[in-house]
Design a protein around this ligand. Structure first.
Ligand SMILES: Cc1ncc(COP(=O)(O)O)c(C=O)c1O
Length: 427
């Protein structure tokens, strides 16, 4: 791979001229990724990285996978969008219905945020109720409702929703309830208080990196049933990642609705709401009274190029042994990272599941957002920088694994960890 530092500098300057903060809003401005292949990416300077950023999750089979590229290329020749049903989108919906336990029907959108916003509206329309109960620290996209109590700086009483952005109207607070993750008793008491105003419990079944404790998802399932509220799993991250059928299959708890994104678009903009037939019927005006109908449209919804990429990606994931190998790789990496932290004597632990995990620089049990919020953020960002220098690219708080990671990648990653962590410990 060849790079060009002149071009890199010129691009950096241009980015700062034309983009707020010099970025697209996702990651730092100083890394400009020019190319990706398999488990690796190259920046504009030609520096090579093992990629654990993974486009924030979609590139689960690795970059420029030949089968995904061929499927996309074939569709490009036939036109790129029609605002009409197309074979690839219909096939992808059928694959999702076969794979995801709660999915009787599927509707597409383009981003996870959009799918989440549609699912919130659908849950309200179905139940005739307005409040959404979410968990502190859970991310459900950038809508006004989704962006409440994601990462409150001064959280106070946890059941008070706090907006995570300027520009969110005060009135939104009226319709959001917040509970600590892994605390079914808090959910029970909110249900006692707000009962028949709660349309849905909307949650990441594995929240960011925090796994559900045994029995937690089951308890939320029972509570939602008893309260006639819907249970919605945001599986934008966990869908086709925790297992082929997502976290609902992995943990054996089936929600009423789920949202999907990232993996199902194979690196293109595509997301979905999926769920029970009688709920999804509200998207169908022929099956619904006009006052309950939920219009669901989007210029690029079910885009055939994205659907072709998604279909190819899911076909690769479905091959026998894929998830076994994927989890083996993740377990090996998590164990090695824990060993490096212990050898350096740092107060830190590895939190997550084999497909996505990271270091939390804090001792004690990590059960919810507040347990991660007390972690040492400075150590985290120093370690991320040290790793970037050593050719490991990752998000601020997450390693996303692709199935393309091989033994050489694992070895190189562990070397980078032990060197970077020793350097951090000595600083
Ligand atoms: C759990 C979860 N839900 C929703 C979203 C929003 O998806 P998008 O960035 O495609 O809008 C994300 C994005 O990271 C996510 O992690």
């Amino acid at each position: 791979m060849t790079g060009n530092s002149q071009t890199n500098q010129a691009l950096l300057e241009k980015a700062h001229r034309v983009l707020p903060g010099g970025t697209f809003g996702n990651t730092a401005a100083d890394v400009i990724i020019a190319e990706g292949k398999g488990s690796r990416v190259w920046d504009q300077n030609g520096k090579e990285y093992i990629d654990y950023l993974l486009g924030s999750g979609p590139m689960i089979v690795g970059h420029a996978h030949p089968e995904v590229t061929a499927a996309v290329r074939a569709q490009l020749e036939r036109g790129t969008t029609f605002f009409a049903n197309n074979p690839q989108g219909i096939e992808l919906a059928a694959v999702i219905v076969d794979a995801v336990p709660c999915a009787d029907k599927v509707r597409f959108a383009s981003t996870g945020s959009e799918a989440d916003a549609f699912a919130i509206r659908l849950a309200r329309a179905y139940t005739g109720r307005s409040k959404i109960l979410k968990f502190e620290g859970g991310y459900h996209g950038y809508s006004d409702y989704g962006l409440m109590s994601l990462a409150p700086k001064r959280p106070g009483n946890s059941s008070q929703p706090i907006p995570d952005s300027a520009g969110i109207p005060e009135s939104i607070k009226e319709d959001i309830l917040v509970a600590p993750f892994n605390d079914a008793m808090a959910v029970e008491s909110l249900m006692k208080e707000h009962g028949d105003t709660i349309a849905a419990v909307f949650m990441e079944p594995l929240q960011r990196l925090i796994p559900p404790q045994p029995g937690f998802l089951e308890a939320i399932r029972e509570l939602t049933l008893a309260n006639n509220s819907l249970l919605v799993f945001d599986e934008v991250v966990t869908g086709f990642r925790m297992s082929y059928g997502g976290a609902q299959e992995y943990y054996g708890v089936i929600p009423d609705l789920c949202t999907l994104g990232k993996a199902i678009g194979g690196g293109f903009p595509l997301s979905a709401v999926a769920g029970r037939d009688d709920i999804m019927a509200l998207f169908d005006k022929d099956r619904t009274q006009s006052d309950r109908f939920v219009p669901q449209v989007g210029t690029l919804s079910g885009n055939p190029v994205a659907a072709a990429a998604g279909l190819a990606t899911l076909a690769i994931l479905k091959r026998p042994g894929t998830y076994e190998r994927y989890f083996e790789t993740g377990k090996k990496l998590m164990a090695a990272l824990s060993r490096c932290l212990a050898a350096a004597g740092l107060e830190a632990q590895v939190v997550g599941a084999p497909p996505m995990f990271d270091v939390v620089f804090a001792g004690g049990e990590v059960r919810n957002y507040r347990d991660t919020a007390r972690a040492d953020a400075a150590s985290m960002s120093t370690l991320n920088e040290l790793l970037k220098e050593r050719g490991i690219l990752k998000g601020e708080n997450k390693y996303y694994l692709s199935v393309a990671i091989d033994e050489a990648d694992i070895e190189q990653t562990i070397d980078a960890w032990s060197d970077a962590i020793a350097t951090l410990a000595a600083s």
